[in-house]
Design a protein around this ligand. Structure first.
Ligand code: AMP
Ligand code: MG
Length: 412
């Protein structure tokens, strides 16, 4: 079986999956989702001209020549807090005390900020203006942010908290988006022991048994990626039970992640199960870790047969499953960003036809990113991977020397 380059396998997978059909969701559920159609506004934002400052609404011409030494006295004829409609016009020689966000009253064409005024002593309801105002000073016009009929966001926008704020400001209560993919996560292996119910002490391990670490990890990173994780539990090394679990999963998941059982061992039943269920692509990817990968689309649901070793599972999720599921969710940009970093030490390796993905911590130091290994790099040593925020891509060859440039895929 030839080794296939990472990019080729990823492209094949990305081509094999399609974007989920749009649905309408309430704004409150749309965070992180991708807009399926452009949104336009039927309202101006802000809806009316209002003041950007606490101060006095005035007729600019009344303040002509005003200065600290020669202030102009205006009669204060009312008060306008935010949320109240003006009930009187500002006439010549008059001012209205006004608070940020309140509508500009008729007659006024400028705001003098309160810091540039004094209360006139001994004179009831008069204000001394110490600055000449120009028409429009501190006035936020109606539609100054968005105007009625304007496109607010195009299809494809990824909805952040600020996007939701803008959509709320134009009165959108629902949006057309691609749904949040439901991602089933299944562990496989006779050796796996499941954690007990929350709060209970961990079940003891029998001979040959280990604890299931992939499922909690994959459920969490699926959620972190903006997907809805669905716990499919642990399947034993038995083709029929894996098939049954997967068949049930296809009915309620948009994508399925399995771990284990895709290597060349005698008990690697995930591969066999996927073969039985439909189209299976099995690849030996030219990378280390995470060489074996099973992939298939069954009943329109992509299934990613990730390797069992926890580090390999994580790497395979990042390289193949995450981008493909982001595509399901309608994302245009599905790949993690990369930076060029300086190697903090030698990254030693031997030629083997593979790209090595060393787990590193990368940080900005003075004038460049610096990449430092997070520790042991064996595919079963998950503890050293937990603090990584990047994968250093060490090309085939003899490695990278301290101080040389290394390409790093950022994980956050
Ligand atoms: P496999 O590909 O099924 O042969 O698994 C490869 C290695 O990963 C074996 O050492 C398994 O015990 C281990 N492994 C498989 N699944 C898990 C899991 N869910 N959690 C921790 N280790 C696992
Ligand atoms: Mg196994």
């Amino acid at each position: 079986m030839p080794l296939v380059p990472l990019e080729q396998v990823r492209d094949e997978i990305l081509r094999a999956v399609s974007v989920l059909e749009p649905i309408e969701v309430p704004l409150a559920d749309a965070h992180g989702l991708v807009l399926a159609e452009a949104v336009s506004t039927s309202e101006d934002v802000p809806p009316f001209a209002n003041t950007a400052m606490d101060g006095y609404a005035v007729r600019a011409c009344d303040t002509s020549g005003a200065s600290t030494d020669a202030p102009v006295s205006l009669k204060v004829v009312g008060e306008l807090p935010a949320g109240r409609a003006p009930d009187r016009v500002v006439g010549p020689g008059e001012a209205i005390r006004i608070m940020t966000g309140a509508p500009i009253p008729e007659g006024a064409d400028a705001i003098v900020m309160v810091e540039r005024t004094r209360i006139e002593e001994g004179v009831g309801s008069a204000v001394l203006v110490e600055v000449e105002a120009k028409p429009g000073d501190h006035v936020r016009p109606a539609g100054g942010d968005l105007t009625q009929g304007q496109q607010v966001f195009p299809a494809g926008a990824v909805l952040s908290g600020a996007h939701l704020g803008v959509l709320a400001s134009v009165g959108a209560s629902t949006v057309q988006v691609h749904p949040r993919p439901k991602v089933g996560v299944l562990s496989t292996g006779d050796e796996l022991v499941e954690a007990g119910p929350p709060g209970s002490s961990a079940p003891s391990l029998g001979p040959g048994q280990i604890r299931d670490s992939n499922r909690p990890m994959l459920l969490a990173i699926a959620r972190e990626s903006g997907f809805e994780p669905i716990d499919l539990g642990v399947a034993r090394d038995d083709e029929a039970s894996i098939v049954a679990t997967l068949e049930d999963a296809f009915a309620r998941c948009d994508a399925v992640l399995t771990s284990g059982g895709v290597s060349v061992g005698d008990y690697d039943y995930v591969k066999a199960a996927l073969e039985r269920l439909g189209r299976l692509e099995w690849r030996q990817v030219a990378i280390k870790p995470a060489k074996p990968l099973a992939f298939g689309v069954v009943s329109d649901t992509p299934v990613f047969g990730l390797p069992g070793n926890p580090v390999s599972s994580l790497v395979s999720f990042e390289l193949f499953a995450r981008p493909a599921i982001l595509k399901l969710a309608g994302h245009e940009h599905t790949l993690r960003p990369e930076v060029t970093a300086r190697a903090a030490h030698d990254f030693a390796r031997k030629p083997d036809g593979k790209v090595h993905l060393d787990r590193v911590h990368v940080q900005w130091e003075r004038d460049s990113y610096v990449a430092t290994s997070t520790g042991r790099q064996e595919s079963n040593v998950l503890s050293a991977t937990a603090s990584a925020n990047g994968f250093a891509l060490i090309p085939d060859g003899d490695g990278i020397r301290e101080g040389e440039s290394v390409q790093v895929m950022l994980l956050s």
